[in-house]
Design a protein around this ligand. Structure first.
Ligand SMILES: NC(=O)c1ccc[n+]([C@@H]2O[C@H](COP(=O)([O-])OP(=O)(O)OC[C@H]3O[C@@H](n4cnc5c(N)ncnc54)[C@H](OP(=O)(O)O)[C@@H]3O)[C@@H](O)[C@H]2O)c1
Length: 335
């Protein structure tokens, strides 16, 4: 099978450590170039990862006619700007989450997609992992009754001021970085959009980024609640509660590429998980799946399952969380 030729903007850790090696194992994706603001850094990464071409600027990569698709893992404030530049250079774009700093920015990217005709997608790799597909399948089957509540948690501890997550002026903060996952998770499992959101945010006194967040989301079918933190012990979990059963995703977001993920389905008849049935999912790398699904859309002319319209909706929820955190008020989300 002919592979789609990818170029990568920057030597970002997520790209060099996880996404590029995973895409290189894909059936449809081939990484042919990597760019950095510093040629030496690009060359070093290219050599380490077996990538044929290195460029000393992002513009040079975009000017290379061999590159068909771009993976954009730049800091959050550069996502939309460089994704638009890539699309205008005739490249399809897979851009890291969150797509930008607010929904207004996301809409600019949507307009650029419509103007250029390129495939542009936000890189929420979790939605291609079999454990998310399975959870949604169980809910759709009615096996847990009527889905009424989703609960999520995502945390890590990182207080390094040099890390992009801890720089407020370039899109740092916990909700942008990880709160976006339970938002995507609740929307994915309910298959609905929330109507309103309430949030409590605590900011780091020095770095000014949100370091602890709690949010409530009201959906037509029920409620979701989640917490995220950049300065707590690392933990993650996602649960869906129906009228007759509960589904628990043990590692919902950073699913390991070399171990089977576990999902629990519990009818609640026994306490302390006594009635929980375990389902083991096939070992897979969600970043390989993400790359191949995107390449397939480009090669076969398919629309991504979660197009940029969905991304704009997700960003509207993130906006509402930040607005509610700032005002202490519920924030309505226009449908
Ligand atoms: N989907 C996931 O699982 C996942 C996981 C982690 C992160 N992410 C997302 O991926 C993106 C990158 O995260 P990361 O932790 O990998 O970032 P990182 O290691 O800090 O890399 C960001 C890269 O952006 C480039 N850059 C350009 N302008 C910059 C600036 N003003 N400040 C800092 N870097 C700048 C740098 O590359 P050059 O020096 O080469 O130009 C840098 O290596 C974020 O949007 C994050 O939300 C996604």
């Amino acid at each position: 099978m002919r592979k789609l030729k990818w170029g990568v903007l920057s030597v970002a850790k997520i790209g060099t450590v996880k996404v590029i090696p995973a895409m290189q194992r894909g059936e449809r994706s081939e990484v042919v170039g990597i760019a950095s603001r510093d040629l030496g850094r690009a060359q070093e990464a290219a050599q380490a990862l077996g990538i044929p071409k290195a460029y000393g600027s992002y513009d040079e990569l975009l000017a290379d006619p061999e590159i068909e698709a771009v993976y954009n893992p730049l800091p959050n404030h550069l996502h939309v700007e460089w994704s638009i530049r890539a699309a205008e250079a005739g490249k399809h774009v897979l851009c890291e989450k969150p797509i930008g700093l607010d929904a207004a920015e996301a809409r600019k990217l949507l307009a650029a997609r419509d103007r250029t005709g390129m495939v542009i997608q936000e890189a929420f790799m979790v939605r291609g992992h079999p454990q998310w597909l399975r959870a949604r399948e169980i809910i759709r089957s009615g096996a847990i009754g009527e889905l009424r509540a989703v609960q999520g948690f995502f945390s890590y501890f990182n207080a390094d001021p040099a890390n992009i997550r801890n720089q407020a002026d370039i899109g740092g903060g916990g909700v942008y970085d990880i709160g976006c996952y339970p938002i995507v998770g609740a929307r994915y499992l309910f298959e609905q959009e929330p109507r309103r959101v309430s949030a409590l945010l605590e900011r780091d006194p020095v770095m000014k980024t949100d370091r602890l967040a709690s949010a409530l989301m009201e959906f037509p079918g029920g409620q979701a609640s989640w917490m995220c933190s950049t300065q707590l012990v690392g933990y993650q979990r996602l649960q869906a509660f129906g009228t007759k059963g509960r589904i628990e995703l043990q590692i919902p977001f950073n699913a390991p590429p070399d171990k089977a993920c576990r999902l629990f389905v519990d009818d609640g008849s026994g306490l302390g998980d006594a009635s929980a049935r375990e389902e083991l999912l096939p070992v897979c790398d969600q970043y390989t799946i993400q790359g191949d699904l995107f390449s397939e859309c480009v090669q076969e002319g398919k629309t991504p399952e979660f197009p940029l319209e969905d991304t704009v909706r997700n960003m509207e929820v993130i906006d509402a969380v930040y607005r509610s955190g700032a005002t202490g008020q519920w924030v309505e989300i226009a449908v």
